[in-house]
Design a protein around this ligand. Structure first.
Ligand code: SAM
Length: 359
């Protein structure tokens, strides 16, 4: 029986319509968050305190009519507070939307949204051919979105919380060790570690030319001399065991061929070295994600637009996808590559699971 012939429950119909328009509302408000971040509207409002649309327009140098419409939408979305003609950001909304350096900052990731959404036009072809789009399909801004989405955790948690929880790692880094970050993106994690441990040397490996461009810019800005970025397309991990620490942050599930990369990590790691893996928190089964993972719908969407797509962008791609590098998969793949020790950590990140893996 087709959907059209089935008995229609009017309440369920109404609920489904509401649900679908709720998703459209989320997409459009996300676009407005992109504009608020890009135009400095959140930052200016946070700095000014309660303001009229005239005052915010004057402070940002923008046209009042446009600012007024944006503010009204933000108030309707309950992101901005409204009282007697004035709009304001609560202290909490300030941390999430206006303060780039706050651990709770989330607006930065929205800068990649237009590039991420733009690939939708190319995805029908991918569904037909099976071949995904490489990571660089998102251009520089797509890479900036990833950089700004993950940077708050790297800046607030990696050095003070995560590294000290790993067995013996900070002592080695203080003394002078060699570390690598594979799939290093814009290099924010590596630069944070390099700042904290000036006696150690840090190497980033990355295949995206846009990410490498961002990494070079971030390195220049940092003024650090103990960091080197490598284009892994031709300058891959060394084949001798020279690293004391290797990290991979949210990249194994994106890789077209994670198994050879994991084998290369094993070769490049000293026998007493440590590999810290961060990957997206996921249940071992689809049913588990369906019932218990409130972010599953968004994650499967990101997977189609980005993670699974890039993991299928080469022939015989593994296609793990955003929720595909589960703990079970991580245990099996690291064991197959010759690692014998596996420990889980919880570093207060709702999105990520962490594994300390050793030979
Ligand atoms: C989601 S991003 C994460 C970037 C960075 N680790 C971060 O947390 O900001 C995944 C990255 O893995 C990179 N990548 C994918 N396959 C790779 C490979 N075989 N070698 C090195 N990097 C790779 C992509 O280019 C992309 O920059």
């Amino acid at each position: 029986m087709s959907g059209a012939d089935a008995t229609i429950d009017p309440d369920k119909l109404h609920e489904t319509i509401e649900q679908v328009f709720g998703f459209l509302g989320g997409a459009v408000v996300s676009g407005m968050i992109f504009l608020g971040d890009r135009l400095g509207l959140y930052r200016t409002l946070a700095a000014s305190g309660p303001a009229t649309s005239d005052e915010l327009a004057a402070a940002t140098g923008l046209h009042e009519r446009w600012v007024r419409e944006w503010l009204r939408g933000q108030a309707a979305a309950r992101l901005v507070d409204y009282r007697e003609g004035r709009f304001s950001l609560s202290p909490e909304a300030t941390l999430v939307l206006a303060e780039e350096r706050s651990p709770a900052f989330a607006a930065g990731g929205f800068c990649g949204l237009p590039s991420q959404m733009a690939v939708l036009e190319r995805l029908p072809e991918a569904f037909k051919t099976g071949r995904g789009l490489p990571y660089d399909a998102f251009g520089l801004e797509g890479n900036r979105g990833v950089e700004r989405m993950f940077a708050p955790w790297f800046r607030s948690m990696l050095v003070p919380i995560a590294l000290p929880a790993l067995d013996g790692v900070t002592a080695k880094l203080e003394h002078g060790a060699a570390a690598a970050d594979v799939g290093c993106g814009a290099g924010v994690a590596l630069i944070e570690m390099a700042k904290a441990y000036p006696r150690s040397e840090f190497h980033g490996y990355e295949i995206s030319k846009f990410a490498l461009t961002r990494a070079a810019a971030n390195l220049k800005e940092s003024g650090l001399r103990n960091v080197t970025f490598h284009d892994a397309n031709g300058d891959a991990l060394p084949t001798d065991a020279r690293f004391d620490l290797i990290t991979t942050f949210d990249c194994l599930h994106d890789m077209a061929h994670p198994a050879p990369v994991i084998a290369a990590i094993r070769r490049a790691l000293k026998s007493d070295g440590t590999w810290l893996i961060a990957d997206i928190k996921s249940h071992p089964t689809f049913e588990g994600n369906l019932e218990e993972n409130p972010m599953a719908a968004m994650m499967y969407g990101f997977s189609v637009m980005s993670c699974m797509s890039s993991a299928l962008s080469e022939p015989e791609g593994a296609g793990l996808g955003t929720l595909g590098f589960t703990e079970d998969v991580a245990r099996a793949m690291t064991r197959d590559a010759g690692f014998t020790r596996f420990r889980t950590h919880d570093f207060e990140n709702p999105m990520n699971a962490y594994y300390e893996v050793r030979p």
